[in-house]
Design a protein. Structure first.
Length: 749
């Protein structure tokens, strides 16, 4: 089962260095030839790429001969998770300076010595403050300034903790250059054109806007700038246009350890006829108006979701679309939305076909329980909700509890989740959900794979295999053979088509040739939002649905409305339920377990305060006056936040014992001071634990980028948080926002 892992500062040095070491020779080639080198680590993610850049300064100085000892390196794109990696305390000050001195001595003994090979300012600071600095272990961002360049080409210098205050002014300052936002302009690219090396991370990039930004960046960056393009899947390179020049052949690192024997199982053979009817119902509608364009794209996505559903009841995507459509008809009269009525009817008609869903569901159960060979089985579905439903169906078929499936070696995983580390014997996909389906099947390490698909899904898969996987030359022979075999088997069941078919994941088309690549902006107040994520997953929600964003504030989760999200924001996705805040759910679990006693103390306080207020009817102004008599001045608005509403415990509690006791007396709570003090102690302990858990939570969720928790970390989590909290954390994943598209209102696309 997939688990989050510790952040980079909790990994061993070898675990960090080993995956990055092969990049040294490739970086040397790029710098020596002043060219671009594409690196393909077949289905092995390299999430610590920023650490490779910092290693060239602090751990591997001089290892890339053509580079200076303090190279100016660019990172594109750049997200909060990258900054978190560079902010992890990985480097011993003493060791970093020792390695640089050794590299400098070696290089100065040859003809490579140049005047710019001086001590950087941080080394000079260490020489001046050795006793204070040498024992420290600091993050890369303390040694190297992370400078951000905006769309107009202006550079904002980064802050370096500790070293920034002690380093002498006017001396060489190591820097990394990163984009301030994911939008890219020619002015921004110009700032990267004189760097010593640029690292471009295209791993798992499936978002329309990010892919367009990277493609534009690569096209406009001068070809003589040394660039290392890092990909984990052949499709990564295809999506960002890194293979547009036929001469650009990627360097392929070690591929899968064993071949993947793939089988294709056909279901829902009526799809081709149904697809023609649906396409006829939406023909030419997307050209009539902006809102009709977005609703037509939404109808396409709903159609695909309904046709791929495994649900035993009417798929919720269909009922949600019907309700949404009726709301739009009422709110936007005269926009010709009635033209979508036939599409809605066809969606609802398909949603009533339980036999269609049962056929796919039965095919999955047959493959997982009867056809899979001995060993563990991974089943891929389109969403977390679909995973829950399939787990229930498999458990029901076997007449066991859902939790017992894991003991049988059967895991069900959202196809957009981080790649699993354990090697499965068999991987089964319940449908074709885009290139991530093929990636996940290879990344699972399975020997046997089963792809369940209808004729239209098979046609899309054939196109993707041929254009986004087989287009990469020099793949290992076993991988190339597996892809050819998969294409042949898919072609046998695919619907005939003279034109390419693609999954309807995004609304609208992007212009990759423009002078800048920008995400959608909303110029009116929308009611519904469509979120696109960088990994290719999507979600529809209300504009005011709350998402917890990681990284806007360091080691904090910040609750942001969907309409206020921006491209590049990292959000925590618990499941498909927009009403459930992840941290709130986690704290509820902990409050019922580890924090139960203190939670009950807080509930007792709130209940008592509510009862006293109902009895004595004291106004907020009266409470304020009583507190002022005790010498405590508090404004009326703050006091209101301490008073619970009639039907909820959602209120704040004073943060100091003195103010808490004064407020209790002013509000008429007549308990002895020692009892009130005990209450405050429990409430304050609960508050501190909640804040502490929030920081731990961010670190744990970030681990989803890096692999799995080891057994010791799992045991510690179960002990400190409880088993239920661990299960909740397992269900969470981080997703980077690629675009925020209002489904109603006006936008500048």
């Amino acid at each position: 089962m997939l688990m989050p892992v510790p952040s980079a500062d909790m990994l061993t040095q070898d675990a960090i260095d080993a995956p990055l070491r092969p990049l040294l020779a490739l970086a040397e080639t790029a710098v020596a030839t002043r060219s671009r080198v594409s690196v393909l680590s077949l289905w092995k993610h390299l999430p610590l790429l920023p650490i490779f850049a910092s290693h060239l300064h602090l751990r591997w100085p001089g290892k890339v001969e053509p580079l200076s000892l303090s190279p100016r390196i660019g990172l594109f794109p750049f997200f909060a998770s990258d900054m978190e990696v560079l902010s992890s305390p990985l480097y011993s000050v003493e060791e970093a300076q020792h390695l640089r001195k050794a590299a400098r001595a070696k290089r100065f003994s040859t003809a490579l010595r140049v005047k710019t090979e001086l001590y950087p300012d941080w080394e000079q600071a260490v020489d001046r403050w050795r006793q204070r600095l040498s024992p420290l272990r600091l993050p890369a961002s303390s040694f190297i300034s992370i400078d951000r360049v905006n769309g107009s080409g202006q550079i904002k210098v980064g802050n370096r903790q500790i070293m920034g205050r002690l380093a002498p002014r006017g001396e060489p300052r190591p820097q990394f250059l990163v984009p301030a936002r994911v939008e890219v302009t020619r002015q921004l690219i110009r700032a990267f054109s004189d760097l010593d090396l640029v690292l471009v991370n295209v791993q798992n990039v499936r978002g329309r806007h990010l892919a367009a930004s990277i493609e534009y960046f690569l096209r406009e960056l001068p070809p003589t700038v040394p660039v290392l393009i890092v990909a984990s899947s052949p499709a990564d390179l295809a999506f960002v246009g890194a293979l547009n020049d036929p001469s650009k052949v990627p360097v392929v690192l070690a591929g899968p350890d064993k071949p993947l024997t793939l089988a294709v199982k056909a279901v829902n053979k009526d799809r081709a006829l149904a697809e023609r009817q649906f396409c006829f119902a939406i023909e030419d509608l997307s050209d009539k108006s902006n809102i009709l364009t977005r609703l037509t794209a939404h109808a396409k996505r709903t159609w695909w979701a309904v046709r791929q559903s495994l649900s035993k009841v009417v798929p919720r995507e269909a009922t949600a679309f019907a309700a949404f459509y009726e709301d739009m008809l009422e709110r936007f009269p005269g926009c010709e939305l009635e033209l979508l009525a036939e599409a809605k009817r066809l969606i609802l008609q398909e949603s009533c076909s339980e036999a269609m869903r049962a056929e796919r569901r039965d095919a999955v159960i047959e493959a997982a329980l009867h056809e899979a060979k001995a060993g563990s089985v991974l089943v891929l579905v389109r969403s977390a909700i679909a995973a829950e439903g399939l787990v229930a169906a498999l458990a029901g078929y076997l007449d066991i509890e859902a939790g017992d499936l894991e003991a049988l070696g059967i895991d069900v995983l959202n196809v957009f989740a981080p790649w699993p580390n354990p090697a499965y014997e068999t991987c089964i996909s319940c449908g074709y959900f885009g290139t991530g389906t093929i990636d996940m099947m290879f990344a699972s390490g399975a020997r046997n794979g089963v792809l369940i698909a209808d004729p239209i899904e098979a046609r899309v898969a054939v196109w993707d295999v041929e254009k986004r996987f087989q287009s990469v030359t020099d793949l290992p022979a076993s991988v190339a053979a597996d892809l050819r075999s998969l294409s042949t088997k898919l072609e046998a069941i695919a619907s005939p088509s003279a034109t390419p078919i693609s999954l309807p994941l995004f609304a609208g088309n992007s212009d990759h040739n423009s002078a800048s690549v920008e995400t959608s902006t909303c110029t009116a107040k929308p009611t519904y939002i469509f979120l696109c994520f960088v990994d290719g997953s999507t979600r529809e929600c209300t504009a005011n649905a709350r998402f917890e964003v990681v990284g806007r504030r360091r080691l904090q989760l910040q609750s942001i409305a969907a309409k206020d999200l921006h491209a590049g924001d990292q959000v925590v996705l618990l499941n498909d339920d927009e009403r459930a805040s992840f941290s709130e759910r986690l704290l509820q679990v902990l409050d019922e377990g580890r924090f139960r006693s203190d939670k009950q103390t807080r509930s007792t306080w709130v209940t008592t305060l509510r009862a006293v207020r109902a009895a004595n009817k004291l106004s907020v102004q009266n409470i304020k006056q009583h507190m002022e008599k005790e010498g405590i001045a508090v404004d009326v608005s703050t006091i209101r936040t301490w008073l619970p509403p009639p039907s909820s415990d959602d209120c704040r509690v004073p943060e100091s014992e003195e103010i808490f006791l004064a407020f209790a007396r002013a509000a008429g709570v007549g308990f002895p001071s020692d009892i009130l003090s005990d209450w405050f102690t429990g409430i304050n302990r609960l508050r501190i634990n909640h804040r502490k858990i929030g920081r731990q939570l961010v670190r744990a969720i970030r681990g989803a980028y890096y692999g799995r928790l080891d057994s010791a970390s799992v045991a510690r989590m179960e002990k400190e948080w409880g088993v239920e909290a661990k299960k909740l954390l397992e269900a969470a994943r981080l997703a980077v926002v690629d675009d925020v598209i209002p489904l109603d209102g006006e936008t500048n696309d």
